[in-house]
Design a protein around this ligand. Structure first.
Ligand code: NA7
Length: 544
């Protein structure tokens, strides 16, 4: 039986890094029929929507891309122009990938999935889109990204503001001209830290409304020369192999040494060297920064000293210095000129921790200290991470079970990629997988390749049904919780633990055991014939 136009082996939701690679594997490796639904008008996911000034990747471009798993030719052909690529370049890269691998033809753009229900009788998923379109599939694969539902805080009076307002994660394509404008930016996470220096160059005045200061690490962005690129390309195979063997998915290893096992001078020198190299390497100087508070404090104080060096006004420097959470328990932003921005006359740091935002008025923002009158408001207030978008889809599994109900007290998954009660549902970089605690493309490839192997395994056995056992899921959650408890991560009110969204269950959403360890566990599950899963057949033939 040939499949109809709306019946597929797999439906994929999202056309960012994960959706593109998943489509390629489903269609071109496994020979399955697949349809991707994408809400945006083009590919790119995060890199389609986040067009705010200064939007840039915090992972180095040559390692924040598809590896030799996708194509060695592509690695040879593609040249990155900056050490940390800006949003337009990454979007251009993903468009190139989609064209080069002929992916566009199987993606339905401008189409949001508004319901996905599992029908037990047919053993198929049925999805409905906002255009009223329906499609069915044996497998439903979410490739919705971890940071794709924006968080717009419910400030009283939010809609009364008469000026223009924007959320960084939904930035207008035509850009925003800040020339001569008084601007308030709410939020100093990775996004605010990138946008604020750019906005300050145009605006008449910028008020930076900071609730929690972060440990911002110097990015050290610079153009990449032909020789830089060549040196990496000549070693690409080894580089990618290393990314797969390290906890964070980067091609550098953390030495087997603890921060307090070396002298003060030696420690300072180690931090200094990592600092000079720029980027996240500071986090790989010692192996105990995430588990030992005293060790962590040495890195924290090193970073506070860098702030004092950069910011002229000591009071402003102190206000920018984190004191309430250990280093790396909130995602440290990479900064390129952020701290220097506070030496400008047209930038004011406003402490909304001590004097919280009370309301948005017609003219600006009122805090406990008074009203800041502005022309433009920028919300750099982040995302309902990891579960926000999955919940919005409206996913219902066996017996009509709503994913929102199942996860009302926090997500539970098996390996962060499946969840019981939802047969044939795969979540790329789902909750309790390494995802956002790693270099995302490396984590994405691991998931997509694992799902691909799993589907091949099923087909070879004449099966088309897979679901995790509740006890396997419980064991995974227990392991996840145990690993989490050995770290300092639960200490901070971060989006990693859901603390940024009122009412969101508190739990560490990504898995902190390391991508290397996680990969070994997933491979072992596969090698044992998909240990912890039930597999079978829904008793029908699928197309393809
Ligand atoms: P983040 O990291 O969640 O940052 C959001 C910022 O907005 C952060 O400074 C928050 O302060 C602030 N915020 C959020 N709600 C409020 C309210 N109600 N009042 C005042 N301030 C508020 O989002 P980003 O977009 O910057 O970065 C997301 C990820 O993208 C990043 O981690 C990278 O992985 C890439 P808080 O810290 O909660 O006190």
């Amino acid at each position: 039986m040939r499949p109809s136009d709306n019946d597929f082996d797999a439906v994929v939701i999202g056309a960012g890094f994960s959706g593109l690679y998943m489509l390629h594997r489903l269609r071109d490796t496994l020979g399955l029929t697949a349809r991707v639904f994408e809400a945006a008008d083009d590919v790119g996911g995060t890199w389609y929507w986040n067009r705010y000034p200064g939007a840039r990747c915090d992972s180095e471009s040559y390692f924040y891309s598809f590896s030799d798993r996708l194509s060695e030719e592509l690695l040879e052909e593609w040249t990155w122009t900056e050490r940390f690529a800006g949003q337009p370049e990454i979007l251009g890269y993903l468009q190139h990938v989609a064209e080069r691998f002929d992916l566009y033809r199987d993606i339905r753009f401008g189409t949001r999935v508004v319901a996905a229900e599992y029908d037990e009788t047919s053993g198929r998923w049925s999805v409905r889109t906002d255009a009223g379109e329906r499609a069915t599939a044996t497998y439903l694969i979410t490739a919705v990204g971890c940071l794709s539902t924006t968080n717009l805080p419910e400030f009283p009076g939010r809609d009364s503001f008469r000026g223009d307002w924007y959320h960084t994660g939904l930035w207008p394509h035509e850009g925003v001209d800040f020339t001569g404008k008084r601007v308030a930016v709410i939020g100093t996470g990775a996004t605010g830290v990138q946008a604020i220096p750019e906005i300050a160059q145009e605006a008449e005045h910028v008020y930076v409304l900071q609730r929690t200061p972060n440990y911002d690490i110097a990015g050290g962005n610079r153009p990449m020369t032909e020789e830089d690129g060549r040196a990496i390309k000549d070693n690409y195979r080894e580089i990618w192999q290393t990314t797969r063997e390290t906890g964070f998915g980067f091609p550098y290893r953390t030495p087997e040494r603890t921060a307090l096992s070396v002298s003060d001078d030696e420690r300072r020198q180690i931090y200094e060297e990592a600092w000079q190299r720029g980027g996240f390497r500071l986090g790989t100087t010692f192996n105990d920064l995430l588990v030992d508070e005293d060790a962590n404090e040495t890195a924290a104080e090193f970073l506070r000293a860098r702030i004092r060096e950069r910011v002229r006004d000591p009071e402003v420097a102190e206000l920018l210095s984190p004191r309430d959470h250990p280093f790396f328990t909130k995602r440290p932003p990479l900064e390129n000129g952020y701290y220097d921005t506070f030496n400008r006359d047209n930038v004011t740091l406003v402490n909304v921790r001590d004097a919280p935002i009370q309301e948005i008025t017609e003219r600006g923002v009122r805090t406990a200290d008074g009203e800041y009158e502005v022309d433009t408001l920028v919300y750099a207030t982040g995302f309902d991470a990891m579960t926000g978008t999955l919940f919005k889809i409206g996913i219902r599994g066996r017996d009509g079970l709503d994913l929102r109900e199942k996860w009302a007290k926090g997500p539970t998954s098996y390996l962060g990629v499946t969840t019981s009660g939802f047969p044939n549902l795969f979540m790329i970089t789902g909750p309790q997988s390494p995802s956002v605690l790693t270099n995302m493309p490396v984590a994405i490839e691991q998931h997509v390749d694992w799902i691909t192997d799993c589907l091949r395994h099923l087909r070879e056995r004449g099966a088309d049904l897979i679901e995790p056992l509740p006890e396997a899921e419980r064991d995974w959650v227990d392991h996840h919780d145990e690993v989490t408890a050995t770290t300092l991560l639960p200490r901070a009110n971060s989006w990693w633990v859901g603390a940024n969204i009122p009412g969101k269950p508190r739990s560490l959403y990504p898995y902190v055991g390391g991508l290397d360890v996680y990969r070994v566990i997933c491979d072992r599950v596969a090698a044992r014939g998909y240990d912890g899963f039930t597999t079978g057949s829904a008793g029908r033939t699928t197309g393809g």
